[in-house]
Design a binder for this molecule. Structure first.
Ligand code: IPE
Ligand code: IPE
Ligand code: MG
Length: 260
């Protein structure tokens, strides 16, 4: 983990406040593991659900910050395949919150040119949720601003298994030779097809793990772990993560490449 307040700037000009070198700056795709709602609430003697409710406000701040920073894709991990293991009342609160968010915020997202994409398993979701997710995607499909990818009932291993099945079915049907399965074929069979890999993955709450998020896509992502609990996430948190990202040197297995 790189401490946020560390002064390990890799570029002397940036450290001195000089102009940033070309290519540095804004990640094209930021993915966020929004964590710490429960702890935020528990620290205040409130029910965990109150942390989730306040977390929605942090989502709004994140969308605004991403848009204003010039990020093209923002992926938010909202509900994992494993989150069904939580108490039933918490799960149903989270389902209700998703509905509320779409009903309340879709019009404004649309007005702001946001294109919504949803990934995750839809089969097990209630019909009204499926309908709302579809509406969010269809209504905003023609927008050209920020792409907001909502990972809901999402698990990366499940996503990879589904992709393998899809490719296997094509092989069985004689449409694809095993030798033709390459990285692009796998990427194209994932739900993120057409979306660039995340440059930066932020996780709040201090936990340092992926929790079944974007396992394939994160191969060369930069990670920033913020000590802030998700309901407290704001524009300053987002900027701190982007600044940390700009200090990183991405090499992709080579010898030297700048971020961006
Ligand atoms: C993140 O906050 C929200 C979801 C996973 C849905 P948590 O609910 O995981 O909060 P903590 O980790 O228990 O504090
Ligand atoms: C990951 O957080 C899932 C989401 C943020 C939606 P969790 O709180 O579920 O992860 P673990 O269980 O601590 O790894
Ligand atoms: Mg958690």
């Amino acid at each position: 983990m790189h401490a946020l307040d560390s002064s390990v700037a890799t570029d002397p000009a940036a450290a001195e406040g000089g102009p940033e070198p070309a290519g540095v700056a804004v990640p094209r795709h930021v993915a966020i593991i929004m964590d710490g709602n429960g702890r935020w609430a528990e620290a205040r003697g409130l029910p965990r659900t109150e942390g989730h409710r306040r977390g929605v406000e942090a989502v709004r701040r994140a969308v605004k910050a991403a848009t204003e920073s010039g990020v093209a894709y923002l992926t938010i991990y909202s509900f994992s395949s494993e989150n069904w293991a939580r108490p039933a009342d918490e799960v149903s609160y989270l389902m209700g919150l998703l509905k509320l968010f779409i009903r309340r915020d879709l019009a404004e997202l649309h007005r702001n040119g946001v294109r919504v994409r949803v990934m995750g398993e839809r089969a097990g979701l209630a019909p009204d949720i499926k309908e709302l997710l579809l509406e969010a995607e269809q209504r905003t499909a023609g927008n050209s601003g920020l792409t907001l990818v909502v990972a809901f009932n999402y698990g990366a291993r499940q996503e990879i298994v589904a992709a393998m099945r899809r490719l296997a079915a094509q092989v069985a049907a004689g449409e694809l030779a095993p030798g033709d399965i390459d990285g692009d074929a796998v990427a194209g069979a994932l739900q993120t097809a057409g979306i660039p890999d995340p440059d930066l993955i932020i996780r709040t709450s201090g936990e340092q793990r992926l929790s079944n998020f974007l396992l394939w896509q994160a191969a060369y992502s930069e990670f920033v772990f913020l000590p802030v609990l998700w309901p407290d996430f704001d524009a300053a948190s987002f900027s701190a993560a982007l600044r940390e990202y700009a200090r990183r040197q991405r090499r992709f297995g080579g010898v030297s490449a700048r971020t961006g």
